[in-house]
Design a protein around this ligand. Sequence first.
Ligand code: CP
Length: 319
Amino acid sequence: MKQFTSVQDVANLQELVNEALQLKQNPYKHKQLGENKTLGLIFLNPSLRTRLSTQKAAINLGMNVMVMNLDKEGWALETQEGAIMNGTTVEHIKEAAAVMGQYCDILGIRSFPKLQNREEDYSEELLQQFIKYSKIPVVSLESATRHPLQSLADLITITENKTAGKKPKVVLTWAPHIKPIPQCVANSFAEWMRKADVELVITHPEGYELSDEFTAGATVTTNQQEALEDADFVYVKNWSSYNDYGQVLTEGEGWMLTEEKLQRSNNAKVMHCLPVRRNVELSDEILDGSNSLVLEQANNRTFAAQAVLKRMLESLDQA
Ligand code: CP
């Protein structure tokens, strides 16, 4: 595996999930694989789970890890080709990424969208420039449009919790929030579930349609109660509007998931990528209840990252 930025980088989802589950059973089995190899983790936005789980995954594989909060600790980056850098930017991504590529064997990048210009965000310019100029394998730690390590952890969690022999009904439901949130997690979850062996239903208020690129083939409805009928898994997430880009169109009254709403489900397990705003996105009763998978998802972030890094290390060995 040369890069991991979307589900398109995975030839066989089930094999990758199985590999992650094997690593979960025996995390230190491949401790020699990462010897004398360095992972650089570059953050342009905050993180708890991604930062710690990816470090842990790398350490489990015997790698050295360097972490940099580039937005706070690095020079202000320029990304425009041909820019006359007489303003606030100090270093061009051409040099910055190339230097990181010299220090590291694999690079992880977190860069959220600005939610101001859809075309700009959806071009994934920053991630693509890191890939181009670092010249080493790059793993997305959440980009402008996707969060593939989260989606892999989500699929691992569903695999562990589903009923054997039954194709699970998985519902992605929009939830209220107090500020504009990127579409990344929802896009990515939809993209991964479409390739997995599940029935995917997406429900959201009018105006929160995601790009067809991620949802084509899924059932999409604005009727949340209907969507929740017989659900086995309910994935709760807020996102801002894609069509009215980055806007919050409604306060989402009535959209927070509650135990009462889940009565019509198939005793559904409830998922959220975290961090979660309690009693805004999801009620205390659900988060503290026995059907919540949120901590299992967070735990599986380590083994998702470990499976991906293991494949990248194996590719380095073959190069
Ligand atoms: N789910 C997730 O990516 O968490 P962090 O933003 O804390 O890394």
